[in-house]
Design a protein around this ligand. Structure first.
Ligand code: NAI
Length: 268
């Protein structure tokens, strides 16, 4: 690869925890395409993760921010503009966590303070990121913001639990904020609805191994990998997609439009 699609562009990348993270692959690919960026993650994730290694490889600085804290986000946006030497062209929101899932609470037995925390981290954080960027007037015209989502927002996957509701909210924020950001600042906002992917967050979903194999067999092109997602995200950050906004874009090898596949029929 290497088409210089992001030459001269500056960005912020949330959510690179380890080398399996979709954000990790995206950071590497953005770097290969000539983009510069700051990396950010929650302070706790920095201690657990290997973000320093990624920062070194991509010549990036790290600014810790809890994506539920408006104060942290305002600080992140101001520092990113300062470090990168100008306004922002692209932002990746790659953040998700459900406390109910972590604690093994079923969808029919939610503990609501867990639900509220998971919603704040996974869904409202996207509005907070956008509002911080908007109020600081930190985005360049024709900039692009992408958040990652999953098809459980449209169709029921029982073990996806309250993350399904969080993703529905996240996708709605992309449309609603996309209107204002588009009209007033010519910035586009989209969500990518990605195939199941073997990452820390993905593997937290109960029955993940069955889930990912089923999706693989149902998708005419097979599951989209984290690297495939990184490549797609780069196109959305590039100038080649300037009029794509307020969309939820399925990136799943055709899964979402497949009723059943021959391989799945043969299992019965
Ligand atoms: P991951 O576990 O590598 O990334 C999740 C990230 O969220 C981590 O870096 C974590 O530190 C960060 N995070 C959690 N709480 C935070 C907070 N308060 N502030 C800032 N960051 C915080 O897993 P993955 O799969 O790369 O997840 C990225 C995104 O992709 C998530 O939105 C996830 O829901 C979405 N996605 C994942 C799929 C999968 O099967 N892995 C499928 C479809 C969407």
């Amino acid at each position: 690869m290497g088409y210089n699609l992001l030459k001269g562009k500056r960005g912020i990348i949330f959510g690179a925890l380890d080398e399996n993270s979709i954000a990790w692959k995206t950071a590497q690919t953005v770097h290969d395409e000539g983009g510069t960026f700051v990396l950010t993650n929650a302070p706790i994730a920095m201690r657990m993760g290997q973000i320093d290694e990624l920062a070194k490889k991509t010549g990036s600085e790290i600014i810790p921010a809890d994506a539920t804290s408006v104060e942290d986000l305002d600080n992140l946006v101001a520092k990113a503009v300062e470090i990168l030497g100008g306004k922002i062209d692209f932002v990746l929101h790659s953040i998700g966590m459900s406390v109910n899932v972590r604690k093994g609470r079923a969808y029919t037995d939610e503990k609501y303070d867990f639900t509220a925390k998971g919603w704040d981290v996974s869904a409202l954080s996207f509005h907070k990121v956008l509002q911080s960027l908007y109020k600081a007037d930190a985005m360049n015209e024709w900039g692009s913001v992408v958040a990652l989502t999953y098809m459980a927002a449209q169709r029921t996957f029982p073990d996806y639990n309250d993350m399904a509701d969080n993703k529905a909210y996240l996708e709605s924020v992309a449309r609603s904020f996309g209107y204002f950001f588009g009209k007033e600042k010519k910035v586009r906002i989209n969500t990518i609805s990605q195939s199941p992917t073997a990452t820390t967050a993905g593997q937290g979903v109960k029955g993940f191994a069955g889930f990912i194999s089923y999706a693989e067999k149902m998708s005419p092109l097979g599951n989209a990998t984290a690297q495939d997602c990184a490549d797609y995200t780069v196109t959305l950050f590039s100038d080649l997609t300037r009029k794509v906004t307020m969309q939820n874009l399925f990136h799943d090898g055709g899964f979402s439009n497949t009723g059943v596949s021959q391989e799945v029929i043969e299992k019965f």
